[in-house]
Design a protein around this ligand. Structure first.
Ligand code: IVH
Length: 700
């Protein structure tokens, strides 16, 4: 090691080497025009490493040699995204006959464009059209041009800190190139593995006798989420940018496409197939073009994305839940394969819904082995007339559970008998009942039914609910089967001894080998960690808790909204339907479901027991002030007793507009676009057209 002053020529050589290596990365990943042979690249890297070893004072965190990864971390830290990472609504290509009109065949895209045209009052607007890359979304934060943080999408608001891992990806610049970049720039994009790198990785694994990966997506996700980033460094990952998050200091162009070009100039790769297109016809032409060349692309894609190019237009359209209204993913038709049904079983879900599931002779569909497929409900089995022994077509669409699409009737065996819904739950033998007005059958066993209890607990402990680390499905099943837990509250009553005993019984039942001394220690550590995981889940947020309760129709985004607007559990428990109805996006079905949930004694008991067991909500607060305003507006409209404007539409208007004046200013066309029925629009219009009535309403 040399601590004496660094000779000038060494400084110069180090800086030249870095510039050459960075330029080579840029040409390779961003321009896709490599001009430096691998051997030369490696030689320069080695020379730079040697010089940095000799003169450690020259080492900088963004030197290309620092892409080697760091020692294993004990877990990923959490990162709150300054701007949430959104998802996209999907449009699926309908498997209709080839000759159907495009506006019918691609009806969802057609309506998407139509809605935009109406909102921004422009015909055939310009879109940025992009391949939908099949990898893992990440957000990269650059401050003063330096990469300071990389995070996964997580739940969109909170992701995992994978800075050490993304730093090893050569396609991601550690410093931005050129000039004019914002002081703070968050770049969103997809970490993927190119097909050729995926093939090479699997080939290597095969030669080593190791497990191979199912598809490039899994390989990319598995490689990026390594606690030991040195492993990530050895996997060849790529990255393509497709959006920005926070931008501070300078503004980006008011166009999605032009912004991506800026990113490209600053050294961030963007997918080469990104283009612009006008109007519905332009989008469909792009879709067909990409679909035709899909197999020859260097990476896997599962569709294309259309984004309204103009940001001013994007602002007009805004968002619903967690997806922008100005963008949509147009997915390719799902991949299909044929196989044989060996049995039709009934699976009981969390709320008791009985779903018929086809057991299949395992088949590879789009790179994944499919051994069972959903038949959705009894009506669907009847409609498709699926029978045990039938040859069927199964389909996988993205992450969705595989499904049976149709029976190949010509191959039916002579003795195949029609299927019938069994009368009893296969798990608890309670009666299966048909739910009125729906296609669903339910097990009437509720809490007696072990299947329902298991699913309730799996949901309760899941990452987006109470996030109990270390409690896998196998142990949840054992906890229920051996009677350790009946309700989620029981989880908090178990001790180390219970867990170890349960694990021994589960292992014995599953035929796992008897414990050696070493395994005994591992089991003790497991139980200890699990107990710590349960303890750590006690302080939680109101949204997580509400989601964990598994109230029908209360998904994650509704739970978040309730937490934000209502603010406290006690307040929510006491809330009548009418008050809930004025909350954003709450229809009467959801409102009734919430009220019904808290009206049931059993549910209240579980909630109280959870609170008594030390579960506490660390983010309760006052209700959202806007709620009070909406509430009074809804009540006001109700009191005005406008013929034709019932309580439902009063609540809807109060949901849509903050004040009475906002309603008046918006006008009839906007009310109906926002979903107010024609009759109510007419009633309100007539009422407000009368200056006396309007004045009265205002003074009220
Ligand atoms: S834009 C504002 N563009 O698709 C919208 N997403 O379903 C934010 N994805 O989580 C996403 N290619 O992982 C966008 N060209 C593209 C994309 C893309 C792939 C993924 C991304 C996102 C998911 C949304």
């Amino acid at each position: 090691m040399n601590l004496s002053p660094v000779p000038r020529e060494v400084c110069r050589r180090v800086s030249d080497l870095r510039a050459c290596i960075e330029q080579a990365n840029y040409r390779y990943y961003v321009l896709d025009e490599p001009d430096l042979p691998d051997a030369d690249y490696d030689r320069m890297m080695r020379e730079l490493e040697a010089l940095e070893a000799d003169y450690p004072t020259l080492v900088t965190p963004d030197s290309p040699t620092r892409r080697v990864g760091a020692a294993p971390a004990c877990g990923f830290g959490k990162v709150r995204h300054a701007l949430p990472m959104l998802s996209l609504d999907n449009a699926f290509a309908q498997p209709l006959s080839q000759d159907a009109d495009d506006s019918v065949r691609f009806a969802e895209v057609f309506h998407f464009v139509q809605r935009i045209e109406e909102a921004i009052k422009q015909h055939d607007p310009l879109f940025s059209v992009e391949p939908k890359l099949d990898g893992l979304a990440v957000s990269l934060r650059y401050e003063q041009g330096r990469l300071v943080c990389g995070a996964t999408r997580g739940d969109g608001e909170m992701g995992e800190d994978v800075t050490a891992n993304v730093r090893t990806i050569r396609a991601i610049p550690l410093r931005l190139r050129g000039h004019g970049w914002p002081q703070v720039l968050e770049v969103r994009g997809e970490v993927i593995m190119l097909r050729r790198d995926f093939e090479a990785l699997n080939e290597h694994a095969r030669r080593q006798g190791e497990k191979t990966m199912a598809n490039p997506r899994n390989a990319a996700a598995g490689s990026l989420r390594q606690l030991d980033s040195r492993i990530t460094a050895h996997r060849r990952l790529s990255f393509f940018a497709y959006a920005v998050g926070v931008v501070e200091g300078t503004e980006l162009p008011d166009s999605q496409f032009a912004s991506l070009q800026c990113l490209c100039r600053w050294g961030l790769p963007i997918a080469p197939d990104i283009a612009t297109a006008r109007g519905f016809a332009g989008l469909i032409a792009y879709f067909r073009d990409i679909a035709a060349g899909r197999d020859t692309l260097p990476y896997d894609i599962d569709g294309v994305v259309y984004k309204l190019d103009d940001r001013a237009g994007q602002r007009i359209l805004g968002f619903v839940a967690r997806a922008p209204r100005w963008a949509i993913a147009h997915k390719f038709p799902a991949q299909e394969e044929s196989t044989t049904v060996t049995a039709i079983n009934i699976q009981i879900g969390r709320t008791g819904v009985a779903t018929p599931v086809a057991q299949l002779v395992p088949v590879q569909v789009a790179g994944v082995t499919v051994g069972k497929a959903s038949l959705h409900n009894a009506d669907q089995v009847m409609r498709l007339d699926v029978r045990v022994g039938d040859s069927v077509i199964v389909r996988r669409a993205g992450d969705v559970i595989p499904e049976v699409v149709r029976v190949i009737s010509g191959r039916r065996l002579a003795n195949a008998r029609p299927w019938q819904m069994p009368e009893l739950c296969p798990v608890c033998h309670s009666k299966l009942m048909r739910e009125e007005g729906t296609a669903a059958w339910r097990c009437s066993g509720e809490l007696i039914c072990a299947a329902q209890r298991k699913e309730t607990l799996i949901h309760f402990a899941s990452r987006r609910a109470m996030n109990i680390d270390g409690l896998g499905e196998r142990f949840i099943e054992a906890l229920v089967d051996f009677g350790y837990v009946h309700t989620p509250a029981d989880l908090y009553k178990l001790d180390l001894h219970d867990f170890l005993e349960m694990k021994r019984r589960a292992d014995a039942r599953d035929g796992t080998m008897p414990e050696t001394a070493k395994q005994g220690k591992a089991a003790a550590r497991w139980a200890h960690n699990l107990l710590a995981g349960i303890k750590a889940s006690r302080p939680t947020g109101l949204a997580n808790f509400l989601f964990a309760l598994g109230i029908a129709h209360v998904g994650q985004s509704t739970a978040k909204m309730l937490a934000k607007w209502v603010g406290s559990l006690a307040r929510l428990r006491a809330m009548p339907v009418l008050l809930l109805r004025v909350l954003p996006d709450i229809g009467s079905e959801v409102a009734v479901s919430i009220v019904t949930f808290f009206a049931q004694k059993g549910n209240c008991q579980v909630v109280d027991e959870l609170l008594a067991a030390g579960v506490h909500l660390n983010d309760e607060g006052p209700p959202e002030p806007a709620w009070r305003q909406r509430l009074s507006l809804a009540v006001l409209l109700r009191m005005a007793d406008i013929t034709g404007l019932g309580p439902r539409n009063s609540a809807l208007l109060a949901q849509l507009f903050p004040t009475l004046d906002a309603i008046v200013d918006a006008g009839a066309a906007t009310w109906s676009r926002a979903g107010v029925p024609a009759k109510a629009v007419h009633a309100l219009e007539t009422f407000l057209a009368d200056p006396v009535m309007l004045a009265q309403l205002r003074t009220a």
